[in-house]
Write a protein of this length. Sequence first.
Length: 312
Amino acid sequence: MERRQLGPTASDVGVVGLGTGSWPTSMDVSDGIACVRMLIEAGGDLIDVNADRPRWEFAGQVLAASGLRSETFVSVRSSGGPSRRELLAGLDRVLAGLNVDHVDLWTMRGWDARLPWEECLAALTLAVTSGRVHYVGVEPTMPWQAGVIGAALAVHPGRTPLAAVTARQSLLERAHHNDVEGVSSAVGASVIAISPLAGGVLTGKYRHGTPADSRGASERDGAHLQRYRAAWSRPIVDGLMAAADGLGSSPGALALAWAREQPGVCCTVVGVRTVHQWRAALASADIRLPSEISAVLDDVSARAAGWDTTDV
């Protein structure tokens, strides 16, 4: 698997990361261990933990049972709070749940309007200097927030630089792509792309209905996925299916390849519900999109977004 540098840091990560967003509802510990081992064997290392208690505690069990913590790059995303104290207390809860004393990347999700900028910067810096985390990132509500935080960290020599900006990025999620890439590039951070398959819609599984065992059939995820299953998205999925047929590949593999090739992206995080899905995601790591196919997909995606930008 290709590896890419993480922003201005001395670390690199594999271009495909393991997302744990559906854990533990869809996997048991043995399945989780299998996924972690497959990731390491493929040459990757990044494991993304969305900071929700059942997920981080289950991920901690998997990492402990696998014995592979030292070979992984653990990235934790947690929501911002109204103060430095709340931010760091939230991080400490995640560390305790994972049963580790540090993680490799801590990403602050969103932005609490009550939080002063200096409190945010102080929390991110203290998390590094105290040894809780190695690097910091942001998952902004609006791209400019990443620019402000990244620039503020950069102008203080004693503060850690912003390593990554995390954002939804797929053929069905184009609205903020250029802004996110532009901001992250300006501050020297990498982009970590999440939801590159748009909840599985870009695999083509929902073209003719909703499989009973899919995320779209669940109460929690079904409503969210409807925004990707509206009429505007059909030309994109159809175009992806046609490209996959022509190249003898799968639409999901091509969607992941497209996301990896976007400017500034160092890793695409793929949330999987089964070991089989994870095997397919890893197999896509070596696929390269022909430039003409990439251009066609770009065009189809942009035109579809133009038809109904409120849904993108």
